[in-house]
Design a binder for this molecule. Sequence first.
Ligand code: 1HE
Length: 258
Amino acid sequence: MTACTDLELTMHGAVAVVRLTRAAKRNALNDGLILALKDTFSSLPPEARAAVIDGDGAHFCAGLDLSELKERDAGQGLYHSRMWHNALEAVQHGPVPVVAALHGAVVGGGLELASACHIRVADASTFYALPEGTRGIFVGGGGSVRIPKLIGVARMTDMMLTGRVYNAEDGDRVGFAQYLVPQGEAFAKALELATRIATNAPLTNYALMHALPRIAEQPADQGFFTEALMAAIAQSAPEAKERVKAFLDGKAAKVQQS
Ligand code: 1HE
């Protein structure tokens, strides 16, 4: 495990809370933090069934630590980007679903980190930007793959060409976040959701993290087939049978409007 004082892991029941604790630098992600994120999500405690990522201070994350950028040549830049890819891959395709608690700046690499999570909860102070465009660089943490899946290629192009910043409400409207809550309430809502996710059958969570994104990328014919395989595996698990029986016996919750 990489020693890093800027990342903290605590367990809240079955939820692993991973917190960026570099508020003095607006949680900018230096190499140490990126490696620590990778290590943390690659070796979560076995009792973890879901995770939350949060950031200390007024901002979720100011993106890449720009003070480290000036030291790299092209080859080092390539390896550096691949290091980010590996780390954020560990978040997206790690063992458990991850909920991001967004507030303040969610910019550059911070937005790339948020987009690697499975659910994003934003509070009213949240704003989204890709300042790479105006800094003369490009996204390197998987943003060009993940962000268009949330908001579309045209909106991402606009953000990078013009420096456009989306506020919390507009970000919610275009698809950055699935939940918008009052200022200061993102962590509580993210923890509530993660606590609920942690009670799902692990195979259902696995299917949503690993099968659904792949099926969505497949041609329909292959997607239907992969879906059928995943459905068969999930419903054959003893836990699925128990949960269905509990409903039929009147012992499980009905679907209810909130
Ligand atoms: C930083 C960084 C950083 C803050 N790297 N040090 N990201 C950006 O281009 C965003 C740059 N940051 C900002 O626009 C602002 O800092 C914020 C809007 C996020 C916050 O503003 P504010 O007024 O609360 O804080 P501040 O006074 O600007 O910053 C406080 C300190 O954090 C200050 O250091 P200090 O030693 O003078 O106190 C800042 O220098 C430092 N700081 N952000 C380094 N990003 C895989 S590729 C991804 C490519 C990218 O992510 S590019 C986008 C980078």
